[in-house]
Design a protein around this ligand. Sequence first.
Ligand code: XMP
Length: 509
Amino acid sequence: LIAVIDFGSQYSQLIARRVRECSVYSELFPPTISAKELAKLSPKGIILSGGPNSVYDEDAPKMDPEILNMGIPILGICYGMQLISQQLGGHVEQGQKHEYGRTKIKFESENLLFKNVTNEINVWMSHGDEVKVLPEGFCCLAITENKKLASVCSPEKNIYAVQFHPEVAHTEQGQLIIRNFVFDICKAKPTWSMVTFIQDSISKIKEMVGDQKAICALSGGVDSSAAAVLVHKAIGDNLTCFYVDTGLMRKNENRDIKRIFDEEFHLNVKFIDARERFLSKLEGVSDPERKRKIIGEEFIRTFEDAIKGLGDFDWLVQGTLYPDVIESAVSVGGKAVRIKSHHNVAGLPEDMKFKLLEPFRNLFKDEVRNLALELGLPEEIVYRHPFPGPGLAIRIVGEITREKLRILRDADAIVREEIFNAGLYRDVWQAFAVLLPIKSVGVMGDRRTYSYPIVLRIVSSDDAMTADWARIPYDLLDRIARRIVNEVDEVNRVVYDISSKPPATIEWE
Ligand code: XMP
């Protein structure tokens, strides 16, 4: 283990991830962790992250000074470097000017931390304060173009520090610097992999949950699916999964989920047919926000009803990923926490008390994908495009009817099938159909038609915050359009949405 003490930097998790990329396990800990608590974990090394504070801020996070005397190799990054300097009697000057972005640094002396790193590199800085006077026993390893301290170390204490961010991609040879720390300084062994993570997680979950009961709302997305399969490996049928058919799912979705989770993985899945209650509540409703609200509330009711008959359960399993974790203070195991609306199972009842089991809180999406593949989940789950909670309801503009759902489902299945067969499924962020509540005139055979248009929405994106329409080959667009008009009744026109986000959004409602 390499422990990362998180002082609130936006890059803290990235540090842990870079260490994991060296096949050494790494996890974040809060600044309040004591030297004693750390010692129990026997880390091979400790990394102090950056953070938004100045060491002079009243509420600036400090650390147990004993940590610096443990004899375990330490690497301080940015705020971590300033904190080390301050706590060991150096002097940190409050910066008048902030330094952000690219800076060139030069090495002053040979050191294991920079083994095989070229003599001058461009690094990424993001700080206000700077270390002016080194603590006793420290020497300078690197300076910036402006002759400022870029890296320091105390060979005797085995403490290293850098003012720049080796964990970000903009720092040249940053990963090499991290590797040097992990292997040459901490002498860690590259024994960690997703397989060991899975084994460790299973034993941790076994120990934490014992013979208590857990539930999980399975959506078919990679995060909840992998979480369910992992927890099932640990506690077997003490895990009950719910899959709610809201009537707003895509074509064959229920069948596929049943096949995979029930038949292949033998999870204890309760399929709840809630089509009637969702669709009747949505009857005559055309306002997008009303639709979302109704679906959110109905999901809660359905969930409540489903668990009523189940007796007591203690744990709620969620596939929360690191980027979903907003309140890092909420602890993983042990404490009962309130489910807030930003959690994955949107809007669970406020007064439901259970402990959260979130085995992926420290992982990034691509790490969970690797883990899911390791667990044997099929690629159709592992690389599944995001599908919004309200489902097809927000892809039928205006009022939802069974007929419109049928049309949209059929058209959407063609879009996905064609994108998949063209080998583009993993290249685009999402690819789906939208049904508009208008009709236009067409001609088929010798007959005049008056039917709905289908909008193709195919976008590229990295994180859904921004998106662009995907430049799909014309021939493929042509085939999708022809198939939809020929195979789906009541559609006589297909249009391609060429709006980016912003100003448009990915979904239409
Ligand atoms: P927009 O339409 O806001 O969507 O550009 C951004 C991403 O979020 C998905 N999305 C949702 N996901 N519940 C979800 O779980 C929702 O209510 C919801 N609305 C949009 C959307 O598919 C896209 O990936």
